[in-house]
Design a protein around this ligand. Structure first.
Ligand code: ZN
Ligand code: ZN
Length: 280
């Protein structure tokens, strides 16, 4: 199983980091987890063209995690010789969001149908949506998936995914503070991917910007680097993969971020630029 951080950014636009998105490749499947800003550019950089992605897993419906869903859906559609709907798994609310997005794309679809006879013959742009609750289980080809509750309140619901294939386990959380559901998802995982923030830097920046109070609020519902490391240590994780760096991790800061995790977790710690990957 290969895990690639397609986008390691966050809601804050960054010239070097795409928005939150992770690619899991196993059992001939390309599975995207969340679909943030610039995800498709990074997908191509990882050597995967959009029609090769069959499944998208969504952790929650914050905009930074879904901004490029319309690009994924449209690019797959126009680049595929046959019309195979994207399958999207997400929390309750996903269907309404996808339906609204498809309405947004109606004119574009009409233009393309008017122009391309073969595309029109393929039929309408469709997306298969499965709304999930914690405890749900399903499979993506030979990958077994279980769904776990995360805590990103007031964002409700929010979920994480535990993927198992060939004896390997990847646990992928979106934004969450440590909680029982994340612990359950991570138990003895080979890799645990967690979105993180730096509380010291957030507080420092918040004191300097006019929207400081709003920025400081994000401390309420994200794991810090240290908390993610503590979760990894507590649950027997082998590799801790950090992403969604807030504030954006600057060049030369990687050792500082890593050492804060290493103070709590003795396993392997993975972080870096977009397209950082690990094979488990
Ligand atoms: Zn969020
Ligand atoms: Zn986020």
């Amino acid at each position: 199983m290969k895990i690639t951080l397609l986008g390691t950014g966050s809601p804050i636009p960054d010239p070097n980091r795409a928005g939150p998105c992770t690619l899991v490749q196993a059992a001939d499947q390309n599975v995207m987890v969340d679909c943030g800003r610039g995800a498709l550019m990074r997908l191509m950089a990882a050597g995967v063209v959009p029609p090769m992605v069959g499944t998208l897993l969504i952790t929650h419906l914050h905009s930074d995690h879904i901004t490029d869903l319309n690009d994924l859906v449209t690019s797959r559609w126009v680049m595929s010789p046959v019309n195979v709907p994207l399958t999207v798994y997400g929390p309750l609310g996903t269907r309404a969001m996808v339906d609204a997005m498809l309405r947004m794309l109606e004119l574009d679809q009409q233009y393309r149908h008017d122009h391309h006879d073969d595309l029109r013959a393929n039929g309408p742009l469709t997306v298969t949506v499965h709304e999930l609750e914690p405890g749900a289980r399903f499979s993506i080809g030979a990958i077994a998936v279980s769904v776990h509750e995360t805590d990103h309140r007031p964002v409700r619901p929010s979920i994480g995914f535990r993927l198992e294939f060939d004896g390997r386990i990847a646990a992928l959380a979106g934004d969450t503070i440590p909680c029982a559901g994340v612990d359950e998802m991570c138990r003895n995982a080979d890799a645990y991917v967690q979105t993180v923030i730096r509380d010291d830097l957030v507080k420092f920046v918040a004191d300097m910007v006019p929207t400081g109070a709003r920025f400081r609020d994000i401390l309420d519902y994200h794991s810090t680097v240290e908390q993610a490391a503590q979760t990894a240590a507590r649950t027997g994780v082998k590799n801790l993969v950090l992403t969604h760096y807030v504030p954006p991790m600057q060049a030369g800061q990687e050792d500082d971020w890593r050492s804060r995790a290493a103070a709590h977790f003795t396993g392997n710690i993975v972080l870096g630029p977009d397209l950082t990957s690990i094979e488990i």
